[in-house]
Design a protein around this ligand. Structure first.
Ligand code: SAM
Length: 287
């Protein structure tokens, strides 16, 4: 069955009385080429446990199951359970979990799988736009034991994730994701390959989790405090914006002086390394 075929999607809708939920970000893929791009871009092999976020009617799930050892797909919409049981019936290496991915204990799930010998994990998904960054940050901040995360998202979010210092789209999200991962673009995807057609274009990114952080930090919490303070008021100079960390002006001036970083610069010009230098100096400075 060609699940991505619009006529199949229409037939499923009428057979199960299924209706797309806008609030759950349901835009289903209708293009075999894009499905192949995501699966190939994720470099899935027969040793892999694939975790898919938001399977919908199962287009990516089926394609991943052809290549992986096992696929676990997490879908919030109860109405899709009966659909997936039907569309994926021919596969015996797929498990569907009816859950909100943001509320799940993924570490526990992966630990149980690792205990059964499945410890090579790759995450994939065509993410619901409304919670893309929340999902990415949940995966990264919980130090998920995965090799990579290959996901489709709104193009604007992908642009923010891959931006470097000095770019208009560089911000806390870029610094956070690049701290945990190296980022590569798998494909740019036009909006007309989805049903229903969304308002925005998409990009597929692969985030390869680093085995070692790119910068040495004395205190990861302090690093992200600086990043969020700096970008919280991105038009302000560092001397002013970094006060949102709780440190006073004199302390910040002292730290920036020691770091050799001009206090008139803005957060959007700082590299990951410069944020690390500032936060390491702050870690050793009383507030
Ligand atoms: N993978 C399918 C495809 O490419 O055609 C569907 C992608 S659709 C953009 C996003 C899917 O994520 C929907 O099936 C939606 O119900 C599901 N979803 C939305 N919020 C979710 C959440 N919090 N946890 C798990 N799944 C969610």
């Amino acid at each position: 069955m060609e699940l991505y075929n619009p006529s199949t999607i229409r037939a499923i809708k009428s057979k199960y009385g299924f209706r797309f939920s806008k609030s759950l970000g349901q835009n289903f893929l209708t293009d075999k080429g894009v499905i192949d791009d995501i699966i190939d871009g994720a470099h899935i092999n027969s040793e892999d446990l694939v975790i898919e976020i938001g399977p919908g009617i199962g287009v990516l799930t089926a394609a991943a199951a052809e290549k992986a050892d096992k696929v676990i797909a997490i879908e919030i919409d109860k109405n899709l359970m009966v659909v997936l049981a039907d569309t994926l019936a021919e596969y015996d290496n797929i498990e569907i979990i009816n859950e909100n991915v943001l509320k799940m204990d993924l570490a526990e799930l992966l630990q149980n799988e690792a205990d059964s010998g499945r410890d090579q994990v790759k995450i994939i998904g065509n993410l619901p736009y409304y919670i893309t960054t929340a999902i990415i940050m949940k995966l990264l901040e919980s130090h998920i034991a995965a090799k990579s995360i290959t996901i489709m998202m709104q193009k604007e979010v992908a642009d923010r994730i891959k931006a470097g210092p000095g770019s208009k789209t560089y911000g806390a999200l870029s610094v956070a994701v690049q701290y945990y991962c190296t980022v590569s673009v798998v494909a740019d995807v036009p909006k007309d390959v989805f049903m229903p057609v969304p308002k925005v274009d998409s990009t597929v990114l692969r985030l390869d989790l680093r085995t070692k952080p790119p910068v040495e930090l004395l205190d990861e919490g302090m690093y992200f405090r600086c990043v969020h303070a700096g970008f919280g008021q991105r038009r302000k100079t560092l001397l002013n914006s970094l006060q949102a960390t709780g440190f006073n002006k004199e302390r910040i001036r002292e730290v920036l002086g020691k770091a050799g970083i001009d206090e008139k610069r803005r957060a959007e010009t700082l590299s990951l390394e410069e944020f690390a230098i500032i936060s390491n100096l702050m870690t050793g400075t009383p507030e």
